[in-house]
Design a protein around this ligand. Structure first.
Ligand code: SF4
Length: 345
């Protein structure tokens, strides 16, 4: 059995940034008919904050939006001490769920130690956002459990190995990742899936939902997935011609997938799709159940989220009844395709 680490000086210091960006559940979902499963999901996942451990990742996904410099080779690795202090900041502010993000957090040699530190700081949930092929190894999943990783946010864009191979730019990773999902289910780790929608996987979205339903029946555990358009930055921006679907096509596919998910009894939600494109499915937008806020750690004041660095609104959006809840449109998408598809409500 691993001994919890000693935390000595950690809580005496504060990470350099005195603002903590957090995700909070909405007490009252802003939905016409709130979906009970999405409400539960919001409270399982939040209040939480992201802990960015750095940009290192052994995969080279064609749609990766993580910044690694012009030559794609600049790797940032956050110092352990900074991560300790950020966790102390979150715990001190009463945000007791931490989501490790990267890059690939599971590829950090000290990841399990960091999970131990989070556990020792009494976080309710230690969440790992991952696409690690190590999940295919039963002993690695057992280690995650032993080190108190309580929820896995699994990035899985398709159940079709050929499609996944194109997106991950790998022949071997798809099979391992799909095995990893089964291993997590076998070992009863709480998880949800996260799929980034591109031209590659959009046509197979209904099959994605069917595969979720099949796993749900096989393992007797509820399956949840979140769908999102890709962020056109970094490598994704360089590969955009082969990746970016028209938003109206994407929205139509997501609407069909939501209908099928309802029929098959699996939980599906989306984020970052403007409400004007989802007239009949607005209650499935995560923004209606979760909200982004900032906490000033000096004053404990709750502040609105900072404006997005990559999403924007058009001039006509100023008159839209959904403007406050609308995440906006990717700036690069709007620059290429314009605003004709986005009609104020
Ligand atoms: S019109 Fe603009 S503000 Fe309204 S939902 Fe569409 S993109 Fe959002």
């Amino acid at each position: 059995m691993n001994q919890p680490p000693t935390l000595g000086i950690v809580t005496a210091a504060r990470a350099q940034n005195s603002i903590l960006e957090v995700t909070m559940p909405r007490w009252t979902p802003l939905a016409a008919e709130p979906q009970p499963t999405l409400r539960e999901f919001a409270w399982q996942y939040a209040p939480s904050f992201f802990l960015d451990v750095g940009t290192a990742c052994p995969l080279h996904c064609v749609y990766c939006s993580v910044e690694r410099g012009a030559d794609d080779k600049v790797v940032r690795m956050e110092a352990r001490e900074h991560l300790y202090m950020r966790m102390a900041d979150g715990a001190g502010a009463g945000i007791l769920k931490v989501t490790f993000i990267g890059g690939e957090p599971a590829s950090r040699p000290d990841f399990l130690h960091l999970a131990d530190v989070a556990h020792a700081m009494a976080f309710d949930d230690v969440i790992l956002a991952t696409k690690s092929v190590k999940l295919a190894r039963p002993e690695f999943v057992a280690e995650l459990k032993a080190h108190n990783v309580s929820i896995v946010h699994l990035s899985l864009d398709s159940f079709d190995p050929a499609v996944l191979g194109k997106m991950l730019a790998s022949k071997t990773a798809p099979k391992l990742l799909l095995e990893g999902l089964r291993e997590l289910l076998r070992q009863e780790v709480d998880l949800f899936l996260f799929a980034v929608l591109t031209q590659h996987n959009l046509p197979g979205l209904l099959d994605y939902v069917r595969q979720m339903a099949a796993l749900q029946a096989e393992f007797g555990r509820p399956m949840t997935a979140v769908l999102t358009p890709l962020k056109i930055e970094s490598r994704a921006a360089r590969n955009r011609a082969a990746l970016v679907p028209k938003m109206e096509d994407l929205a139509a596919q997501v609407a069909q997938a939501l209908d099928l998910a309802k029929e098959l009894g699996v939980t599906l939600a989306y984020k970052n799709i403007p409400p004007c494109l989802m007239p009949n499915h607005r209650d499935f937008a995560l923004e209606r159940y979760l909200q982004e806020l900032r906490i000033d750690l000096e004053t404990d004041e709750r502040l609105p989220a900072a404006p997005s660095t990559y999403l924007t609104h058009g001039d006509a959006c100023a008159t839209c009844a959904e403007r406050e809840l609308c995440p906006g449109v990717d700036k690069r998408y709007a620059a290429q395709f314009g605003w004709a598809a986005f009609t104020p409500i």
